[in-house]
Structure formats: structure tokens, C-alpha cells
Design a protein around this ligand. Sequence first.
Ligand SMILES: Cc1cc2nc3c(=O)[nH]c(=O)nc-3n(C[C@H](O)[C@H](O)[C@H](O)COP(=O)(O)OP(=O)(O)OC[C@H]3O[C@@H](n4cnc5c(N)ncnc54)[C@H](O)[C@@H]3O)c2cc1C
Length: 473
Amino acid sequence: MFDETFDVVVVGSGFAGLSAAIEARLAGCSVLVLEKMTLPGGNSALSGGLIAVAQSPLQDTEAIVDSPALLAADMLKAGHGLNHPELIRTVAEQSREAFLWSRDYLGVVYNDSLYHGGGHSVPRIYTPVNCSGAAIVQALLVKCLELAIPIRLQSALKRLILDDRGRVAGVSISSGYIFPQEASGTIRRIQALRGVVLASGGFAQDVGFRRVHHPGLDADLETTNHPGATAEAMVSALKIGATPVHLSWIQMGPWTSRDEKGWGVSTMFSVLVGLPHGIMIDASTGKRFVNELADRLSRAEEMVAAGRDPMLIVGEEAALLYPNLGQCLKRKAVLRYGSLEALASDQAIDLAALSATLQQYNQSIGDGKDQEFSKPLGLHKRYQILAPYILVRLRPKIHYCNGGLQINASAQVLDIEHHQPIPGLYAAGEVTGGVHGACRLGGTATSECLVFGRIAGMKAAGKKCFQPAQKVP
Ligand SMILES: Cc1cc2nc3c(=O)[nH]c(=O)nc-3n(C[C@H](O)[C@H](O)[C@H](O)COP(=O)(O)OP(=O)(O)OC[C@H]3O[C@@H](n4cnc5c(N)ncnc54)[C@H](O)[C@@H]3O)c2cc1C
């Protein structure tokens, strides 16, 4: 017996879940979104909202030659070839459509310049005007409101309910749940006539679970994630025979600061301006050690290599391109020095070595080629690193779970025994694995969540739907 019935039940209210809910509703279904926290949005709301798009309108304008095949090739290279080809292909081929949907249907406003993210062959990343994924979440929430999609907060998935033929028929939830109190709330059973979409995000905050898969990632390490990024919803699918994929590939972000908690205010500065226009040095030598725009895995590995003390230095002229620089300086997550002497003395860096490093890099900027690490120096304006200097003291933090549930290109969750879809179960976003392999490139999670969230919603809705009590406008 169930307490309530909907056509489609979506677990999670981030990019993937809200996209799925909207598409299922537009297909005529009654939809319920479950969210265990007191606020919707998960990691999506915290994110930078960067979205990687192949063959985008701005690329057309700027004559940047790109293609879904090139995006897919970049993702495969970063992912060490572990990525599932049909999943990357789906994201790459539909990234443009997903971006246009967010801009034209949801009304998200993006900046009119493209960012060249680490590991991408060309500039292909859009940023929302406020440099925050909250802008996309807000637009999704407004659309859910217009479509009369209920989003039930403090409602945690406890387990998936199977019918006697092994189909996912609904969910058992804790209603009135208070995170993280396991025993809080009242158990309710909700029927899903057409399907359940799991969009519960990653598990970077789940120390016990992540340590099973990567014992080095213990409780001492910080993460950029929201507190509710835990594994139990994914585990509910594993319990009914879903296939786990790449769970040990947990990504460290190579641009976070040691002088503030979590993602903080400085990370978007380092991502968008500091690393593209500055250098990363090892303060113990005063020398560069990596291409500042390499993929995240290569950078993070180099940063934590024995004895390294990574710091980012960029000239103020470039730093001022970031609109929230003032806030970063105010919080002291980003520091400003009038001279190299002052910087070197304050951070205990060998002045002669640092000065030589800057001279060589500035020479590369003049030549348009980085002989040392082959960093792409930009198609447009290039900036030398000159006084005043802006500095961030970096420390990689746990950022993203590349692994998760195995899905096919229709967002159906596959069972571990026969590699066939588990009837009635779909998944999208960070709870899934296989798209990114060993390393995710920046901006591709947003594209993935929108692409697969929409697919999951449409596929769960199917062709013939339960008639909603209220007509979809
Ligand atoms: C700080 C930060 C910045 C980032 N910036 C970018 C970026 O600029 N570009 C990019 O491409 N990627 C970025 N990422 C990664 C990307 O934002 C995430 O991978 C993506 O937002 C995940 O979306 P999602 O919908 O899968 O999950 P989420 O947005 O995390 O949503 C999942 C939701 O499910 C809920 N949930 C979990 N378990 C249960 C349960 N048992 N019952 C009910 N609800 C449950 C969670 O509380 C959460 O609200 C960033 C990530 C972080 C943390």
C-alpha cells in the first residue's frame, strides 16, 4: 500500500533532478521532487555554473572551431580512456541544445565571453552572469513553480520499492527528515507509476563511503561540497542490483584556497582569472611545476607531490577582470602585494628564484608560447605578471565524484548481473558514473546534468502518461 501516487518521482533537487522533473511534467506526467535538505539545490546551487558547450553561438561569433567530437576527445583524454563512449557522446552532442534550453527556455543569463578551461582544447565554457550555479538553479525552480511541480523538502529517500516483477514501483521516504539524523521523520511510501529518477548527487561528504573506495581520502581532508553530498540514495540502488562504476575516481579540485573553508569566495577567481592569466608556483622553490591549465587530475597530483607548497600569482591588471575580487581580498583568501619583495618576504619565497620565474613567464607571454609547460596562453589579450601582485595560497580539496551508477544513453540504470535496464529506474547527474572516467573537465558536469536530467525525465515519462489532475500550462 502506498500513501501517495505520482507518475514520476525524482530524488534530488539539483541541476539533474529539476531538469528531469520539468521534462517529465512537460510530457504530461504528475511529478514529485524529493529533497532531504531544508533548501533545494545541492551542489548545483553552490557551483560556479560553468557550462561546457561544443559549437556554441559565441564560438560561431568568435570563429572558434569546435565540435562535439573534439569535446568528446578532450573528455576521453582527461578521463584516461575510462569514459563510457556512448555517454560522453550523448553529453557532447547535446551540450549545445542543453545550453540553449537553459538560456532560451529557462531564461538563464550568461556572460558574453568564453572561458578556456583546463584540459579543453578551445575556449568553450560559458559562465552565468553572477558566476554562480545558483542562477541556473533559481531558473529551474521558477520553471518548476510555473509547472506546478511540488518540491518536498526534508524528504529523504530511504529505499526503492520493487513490485513482484522486479520493477521499481516507488520509494520509501522519511518525511520531516532532519539531516543528518538517521531516525528523524516519519516513513511514507510513494508510488511512481512510470519511474523513479535518482538525481541525488555525489558522495564527497560521505567520509565512510569515500574511504572504502579511496582510503587516502580520510576525514581530515576538506571538500567543496554541500553537507548532504552523501551516498545513501546511490546505495539504495546498489542494494537492488544496480552497477557501480568508477567509484574510486574521486576528484580533487586544484584551485581551492587553504585560507578559507570549502569552495569559499576565492575559487572562482582562481579558476576564471588566476590560473588562465597567472602562474602556479611551489613556494619552497619559487618555480612553476605544472601547466596551470592542464586537466584537474594532472594539476592536483603535481600540487600534492612531496614537499610542494602551491601558490598562485597573477598581476593585478588581469585580476581585476574578476568582478568579485574586492570580496576575495576583504576575506583575505586572496592577498595583494605592491612589490615582489613584499610578496616573497611575507610568504618566505626565495626572491631571486621567484623573480627569474616571473621573468621567464613574462617572456613567454611576449612570445605567445609557453616553452616550459605548454600552457595555452589565450587567443585574445594576454597579461604579463606585473606589480601589484595578487596571490592565493592553494590547497586541493575533494570536489567531485566521477563514479556512480552505471546508466545507458537513455539514463536507465543498468543491473549488475545482466547489464540490462532495471525497469522503472533512471538516474542522472553526479550520482551516475562513466561519463568522466578518471578525470572530469571543468564545465562538463553542468552540461551532463542538464543533458541526462532531461533525458531521464523524458524517458521516465514514456509516451503514455498518467493524466495529471492539473493541466500542464
Ligand atoms: C562548489 C562547487 C562548484 C562547482 N562548480 C562547477 C561548475 O562551475 N561547472 C560544472 O560543470 N560543475 C561544477 N561543479 C560540479 C557540479 O556542480 C555538480 O556535479 C552538479 O551540480 C551535481 O548536480 P546533481 O543534480 O547531480 O546533484 P546536486 O546538485 O548535488 O543535487 C542532489 C540533491 O539530492 C539531494 N539528496 C541526496 N540524497 C538524498 C536522499 N537520500 N533523499 C532526498 N534527496 C537527496 C541532495 O541533498 C541534493 O540537494 C561544482 C561542484 C561544487 C561542489
